[in-house]
Design a protein around this ligand. Structure first.
Ligand code: BGP
Length: 477
């Protein structure tokens, strides 16, 4: 481990943890909530893994869970509001009171426990009715409905919520038909419409940032992106170029659009290569250029090692992890194993030094504050007879990644908050409950909910000590 200088973090650093509505709440149709694309995405796999019907039932257990957050000493909790709890059909004239009250209680309880709410407005779960009505983000109507939803949330919770996240990982959404909500239609080509959906989400993000700045002078708002940092498989120029190209196309083009309000030329070139284009006019350009995020939310898990192959095989590997053999960028590249790194049993490399590289790259390119909105380890945990979880692997992950967060801060990167993913075991977007991320274990398995008992893992106690010492104990490890 690198020699650790003083590891005390900035005094007002927000030590946090995160979840998202569809992955933690359950009660998927309770108290008036409408069904969402994320519900359907999860219900499609109900025969293989847990789904959003119950998940870990935060909807009924939030008081117990927020008490656990308080005991942990959290300074922030990143969670999402489910659009369909507020407006069950996505664009109802009257909000759903029981849904509105639920988030009111969450926010009040967090603040009573000195925990800063960091609220994501949209985390993969568009109300399905909007997909049925106009194919969701394929239509510009979705921009208006999302803006109306955001305006309601700002008016209702803006007196207490200071940190807002517009959209979680829109580029990832625009690659997943089932998560984004898309109705197959023989007249619509997915490859081209998904770029238009992404464009409409850029417009929605910009309009809601502008609205937030107008309505809530003291709030900070920004998007959260999935940032896959890349390495070239060798010093061969084509490996180096395509490692850059993947990072640019998948991550920097998105942040370029958020921060500068236009597609960078390399992205326009890429769209030409893909024979796709997006319809946008002068008014779009003005909207996009006039909305600047106050921070960038970074969801960071791994690095990818990129090899130029130029094979035409577009076979993406099946279980949605970037394991070797993943072919991307129109068959030009392959993600290969990095012999210098260990891997999780879901094929994700563990690369804490890569985290420091990632944070430096983002900050030195955009020079705006960062909130780490997600960083964590999905693993199969074992509950012992004496009801303990000795997750030393997660403690190692947390320790080494936080040391590199501090190194990045010492390098000059402005980081406002670190939100470990996830506070409590949640539904993985792709792999059910057994891909456990939580600091708190939930005693259920894929098909048997049991009592959903909450059990603190060893990593919970480790993180608690880190928070208590404001990171100082990391230098003693
Ligand atoms: C991010 C999502 C999170 C979470 C995380 C882990 O893309 O924002 O919601 O799902 O990935 O990925 P997974 O759940 O597939 O293990």
């Amino acid at each position: 481990m690198e020699n650790n200088k003083e590891l005390t973090f900035p005094k007002d650093f927000l030590w946090g943890a995160g979840t998202s509505a569809f992955q933690v709440e359950g009660a998927y149709l309770e108290d008036g909530k409408g069904i969402t694309s994320a519900d359907l995405h999860s219900l499609q796999k109900s025969d293989k893994q847990a789904d959003t019907k119950v998940s870990v039932d935060f909807y009924h257990k939030y008081e117990e869970d927020i008490k656990l957050m308080s005991e942990l000493g959290l300074k922030s909790y990143r969670f999402s509001i489910s659009w369909a709890r507020i407006f069950p059909n996505g664009n109802d004239r009257i909000p759903n009171k029981l849904g509105v009250d639920f988030y009111d209680k969450i926010i009040n309880l967090l603040l009573d426990n000195n925990i800063e709410p960091i609220v994501t407005l949209y985390h993969f779960d568009i109300p399905q009715n909007l997909v049925e009505m106009y194919n969701g983000w394929a239509s510009r109507k979705c921009i208006d409905d999302y803006e109306a939803y955001a305006k309601y949330c700002f008016s209702k919770y803006g007196d207490r919520v200071k940190y807002w996240i517009t959209i979680n990982e829109q580029r990832v959404l625009a690659e997943s038909k089932s998560l984004i909500g898309f109705k197959e239609n023989k007249n619509i080509n997915w490859e081209s419409i998904r770029h238009q959906m992404n464009h409409n989400m850029y417009l929605a993000n910009a309009k809601v940032i502008k609205l937030c700045h107008k309505m809530l002078q003291n709030a900070k708002i920004g998007p959260a992106i999935s940032y896959l940092t890349t390495y070239p498989a060798s010093s061969k120029p084509e490996d180096v170029f395509y490692a850059k190209q993947l990072e640019d196309i998948w991550s920097f083009a998105t942040i370029d659009m958020y921060c500068y309000g236009d597609y960078p030329s390399y992205y326009k070139q890429y769209m030409k290569e893909c024979n796709v284009s997006v319809e946008y006019d002068k008014s779009d350009s003005e909207i996009l250029k006039n909305a600047k995020p106050d921070f960038i939310g970074i969801n960071w898990y791994q690095t990818a090692t990129v090899k130029y192959t130029n094979v035409l095989d577009k076979e993406l590997n099946k279980n949605n992890s970037l394991e070797p053999t993943t072919i991307l960028l129109n068959g030009k590249i392959k993600i290969v194993k990095n012999e210098n790194l260990n891997y999780t049993n879901w094929g994700w490399p563990i690369d804490p030094k890569g985290f420091r590289i990632a944070l430096r790259k983002i900050y030195e390119r955009y020079h705006i504050p960062i909130i780490i909105t997600e960083n964590g380890l999905g693993a199969e945990d074992t509950l012992t007879e004496s009801k303990n979880i000795h997750d030393n692997y997660r403690i190692e992950f947390l320790k080494n990644h936080l040391i590199n967060v501090k190194n990045a801060i010492d390098d000059g990167v402005e980081i406002l908050s670190y939100n470990y993913w996830s506070f409590i075991d949640i539904l993985s977007s792709s792999n059910g409950i057994n891909k456990r991320y939580g600091l708190v274990y939930v005693d259920r398995d894929e098909f048997n909910e049991k009592q959903l008992e909450r059990i603190k893992k060893d990593s919970y106690y480790f993180y608690k000590d880190i928070i208590k010492s404001n990171g100082f104990i990391l230098s003693k490890k």
